[in-house]
Write a protein that binds this ligand. Structure first.
Ligand code: HEC
Length: 160
């Protein structure tokens, strides 16, 4: 009797540990945690995934010198106050936001984002956060070309 109940106990511990490991492997998503830097108080709502027609988009202006320069200019005027001059998410305004601006310069970060995904978020924003839609017709009113130029700049300047 004693023997079999000990067996049962260790079986339960085994199941418990397996569940715990599964939770840590599968549980937390890959997005950055807003509390990591002490900026932002809560985990932001899920960043929207770009629909298929956006995923197919390619940046024809990637690597072009003039586009990168134009993109830098627009970034400085429209994005830097939140995303920071160094692309580290520490712009002047960042500290007062509920959710942390994306940290483009984090090693590996930009490689996990397709051109179409970046385009989609810049154009449409991330609802429920301070990342407002910046595309045509919004108050920022960036043209498609301006968005591609910014993406060229982000890739050229902040890819690590
Ligand atoms: C008022 C602050 C603010 C401004 C200005 C701003 N952003 Fe953001 N941005 C944010 C925040 C906050 C997030 C995080 C949203 C989330 O996690 O859902 C974000 C997220 C993003 C993302 C998504 C990154 C990812 O993880 O895929 C992109 C791309 C982006 N911003 C680009 C820009 C560009 C380009 C500009 C300028 C045209 C800009 N942002 C201006 C606050 C800002």
């Amino acid at each position: 009797m004693k023997h079999s109940s000990r067996l049962k106990n260790s079986k339960n511990i085994f199941i418990f540990l397996s569940a715990l490991i599964l939770f840590f492997v599968c549980g937390p998503s890959e997005r950055q945690n807003s509390s990591e830097s002490g900026l932002g108080k809560y985990k932001p709502p899920k960043l929207p995934d770009a629909p298929a027609e956006y995923q197919k988009k390619k940046n024809e202006l990637e690597g072009k010198k003039e586009s990168i320069a134009n993109g830098k200019d627009t970034y400085r005027r429209k994005c830097e106050k939140c995303h920071g001059q160094k692309g580290d998410g520490n712009g002047k305004k960042a500290a007062v936001l509920a959710y942390r601006p994306a940290e483009f310069s984090k090693p590996g970060y930009l490689k996990t984002r397709s051109d179409g995904q970046l385009f989609f978020i810049i154009e449409k924003g991330s609802p429920g956060t301070d990342m407002d839609a910046q595309g045509p017709g919004t108050s920022v009113n960036l043209s498609e070309t301006e968005i591609w130029e910014i993406i060229s700049y982000l890739r050229a300047e902040f890819t690590k």
